[in-house]
Design a protein around this ligand. Structure first.
Ligand SMILES: *[C@@H]1O[C@H](CO)[C@@H](O)[C@H](O)[C@H]1NC(C)=O
Length: 372
């Protein structure tokens, strides 16, 4: 190798090493200013094609290789109730997808109510349920804990990885628990797969509406309605710009985060959300030993109980919960009456919950496909 080649090689190496990271530290953390949120999203959730061309320049890929391969060729299946699509039901569309699926498969769903109870098992990753925002379909069923057990009461349960839903309403239409009927909990959506994203979706139910069961998840522009424990489970999730609506008549509880072991990294981060509705509603209760829940830059209406959080009558959990609030607003966010075991986070404490890194989103998070 002559000197010229060595110089070229050194220059090339230097170029590789000193190339600025695409997401700089300045744009890494979610801004406090709501008007800057869209710009942050555009910087942090980029199109597949853009990521691929960037990764060619950087000589490394930010995305999981299995996802890069899956997105290279996208398969679209259409579901329409009127029979003009490939299938009339979502269940039939799902059944047409082979086990061991390795391709992004978009199930395009026309408007209307689909009365179906759906489980996507682990053998079918890379599925997207997509609908138009102007003609949002709902998937509705009435499963209850009494009939199926809580986690299997879900109208839609997703156990596979790399799931995405866009503009879909997930509904459990079982009646509101009255305190007399046993097993009236009714899940609308259970997400148990890793690396799932929900854009502009609705989750409608009463008790246990959304089972954020396990894995890393992203929710943006969603609406979640319920009464008690209506966002529960052991997931590690970032909820952005999401409407949380309590329809509780008496005591309501938003989260029952299920972290139990010190080594478990799960937790719910709610950032730029809006909590409204009725009831005497708690932000969370310590259903399990070490729940981790943070609300940041979130508006809290008058429905929020002044104490904010409940240890679920387990005083020993006061030492093990991680309940944090950071720069929240509104009448429900007043810190003076809060329980001792809740904390107002410092900038440093809040930071881990305010970036894509929390859910390793740079490895897998993609924007919704832009179909018409
Ligand atoms: C929060 O949502 C309620 C109910 O939709 C709405 O009236 C209110 O303006 C929202 N507040 C903020 C700060 O976005």
């Amino acid at each position: 190798m002559h000197l010229g080649a060595v110089t070229t090689l050194l220059l090339a190496l230097q170029f590789m090493i000193f190339i600025p990271t695409v997401v700089s530290d300045k744009t890494k953390h979610i801004p406090s200013d709501t008007s800057k949120l869209d710009a942050w999203i555009a910087t942090n959730i980029r199109e597949y094609q853009q990521l691929i061309s960037e990764s060619k320049k950087d000589l490394h890929s930010p995305l999981d290789p299995i996802l890069v391969a899956a997105e290279a060729e996208v398969n679209v299946i259409k579901v329409r109730k009127d029979g003009t699509g490939d299938f009339k039901t979502i269940t039939d569309a799902l059944n047409s997808i082979p086990k061991g699926n390795l391709k992004r498969t978009v199930i395009w769903i026309g408007g209307g109510e689909y009365w179906e109870k759906i489980t996507i098992d682990r053998s079918k990753p890379f599925i997207t349920m997509y609908a138009s925002a102007a003609d949002m379909p709902s998937i509705t069923y009435e499963g209850t804990a009494f009939k199926y057990g809580t986690v299997d009461s879900a109208t839609v349960a997703v156990e596979s990885d790399y799931f995405m839903a866009v503009n879909i309403a997930f509904v459990n239409s079982a009646p509101m628990p009255d305190g007399k009927r046993v097993g009236a909990q009714a899940v609308a959506m259970r997400i148990s797969g890793d690396k799932a994203a929900f854009h502009n979706c609705m989750f409608i139910g009463f008790q246990d509406t959304l089972c954020d069961d396990r894995g890393r998840h992203f929710f943006k522009g969603c609406q979640i309605q319920g009464t008690v424990d209506f966002i529960f489970g052991d997931g590690k999730s970032l909820y952005l710009n999401t409407m949380i609506q309590s329809v509780a008549k008496g005591v309501g509880v938003i989260t029952a985060q299920a972290r139990e072991n010190v080594a478990d990294t799960s937790g719910f981060a709610f950032v730029h959300c809006n909590i409204s509705g009725s009831g005497d509603t708690y932000l969370g209760r310590a259903w399990r030993l070490r729940p981790r829940v943070v609300f940041a830059y979130t508006y809290m209406g008058t429905l929020i109980n002044g104490e904010g959080w409940s240890d679920n009558l387990h005083a020993d959990r006061d030492k093990t919960v991680y309940y944090g609030e950071y720069m929240c607003k509104g009448p429900g966010a007043t810190p003076s009456g809060r329980v001792k075991f809740a904390k107002l986070l410092t900038d440093e404490e809040a930071k881990p919950f305010l970036s894509m890194t929390y859910i390793n989103g740079n490895k897998w998070l993609l924007p919704p496909p832009n179909y018409v």
